[in-house]
Write a protein of this length. Structure first.
Length: 271
């Protein structure tokens, strides 16, 4: 089997739309038959796929010619939500409030710098409380969410591995931008930590989906039958990711650097 050709980044430029500089990444893909412009609604970035390395200039010109079309889609980009005091963020699919409560206190010593408080105890929305220096709120909430994601995804992946009678070689959690999960030919599983922001049934589906790839590295009927064996009604989770998954990337985003970097994929490739 031929290995898929990975598009190589050729050039980064900017186009000015409504007073803001939006980066445009040009990538070369020899399999492309024509130039393709894609706007990532989660990241607010633009990517042009060009069929040849010598067409960078044409690709940038093509993007500029599509300025109105790009602007229309960028208007749909939701604002970033940094992890700051008072921010409303999802956790396990439920709305929470980030609450900074000042320097480290004695009642927080046993809990660590970040912990969750139930709505029954807050009298309102559940809270993710943070102590320490105020400049570290974003980092501490991010680390806490990644830790929760690591624990949960490791547990669920091992659960489905036992159910499918397979054994992952490694399970990692990363800040992936193009996939919610992946399974390599060496049985290494990788997941996006942002799945901890989604409803629990969505995380369950992704865990089962990727573990099933250890048995079937494709999307043939036998693969889907195995997924359905674990998650009999997986379609709602799949649909939720397609509709709401891209928006998860705005949580914890830097409002200044929201338009920086490469484009994110708005799809869920399974491998």
């Amino acid at each position: 089997m031929n290995k898929p050709v990975k598009p190589a980044s050729l050039h980064l430029d900017y186009i000015h739309i409504d007073g803001r500089a939006v980066p445009v990444t040009v990538r070369h893909n020899p399999r492309a038959k024509r130039m393709i412009v894609r706007v990532d609604l989660a990241a607010g970035s633009v990517q042009v796929t060009a069929p040849s390395r010598g067409s960078v200039g044409k690709a940038l010109l093509f993007a500029r010619e599509q300025r109105d079309w790009i602007a229309e889609r960028l208007d749909r980009v939701p604002p970033p939500v940094p992890f700051r005091n008072g921010a409303h963020i999802p956790y396990r699919g439920k709305e929470h409030v980030v609450r900074y409560i000042g320097a480290r206190r004695e009642d927080a010593m046993e809990r660590g710098p970040v912990w969750r408080v139930r709505s029954i105890d807050t009298g309102g929305l559940p809270e993710i409380r943070v102590t320490g220096h105020p400049d570290f709120v974003q980092r501490r909430v991010t680390d806490w969410l990644k830790g929760k994601a690591r624990d949960e995804l490791n547990e669920r992946a091992l659960f489905y591995a036992e159910q499918f009678d397979v054994r992952p070689s490694r399970i990692t959690v990363r800040d992936t931008t193009t996939r919610w999960g992946s399974c390599s030919p060496s049985r290494a599983l990788s997941f996006s930590w942002r799945l901890i922001l989604a409803p629990s049934y969505v995380l369950e589906y992704v865990a089962a989906h990727e573990v099933a790839h250890i048995r079937h590295m494709n999307h043939a009927p036998r693969f889907w039958a195995l997924v359905e064996e674990a998650i009999p009604n997986y379609e709602p989770a799949k649909r939720w990711l397609e509709l709401n998954g891209p928006g998860l990337h705005r949580f914890g985003a830097d409002p200044v650097g929201i338009f920086a970097g490469g484009a994110r994929g708005n799809y869920y490739p399974a491998r």
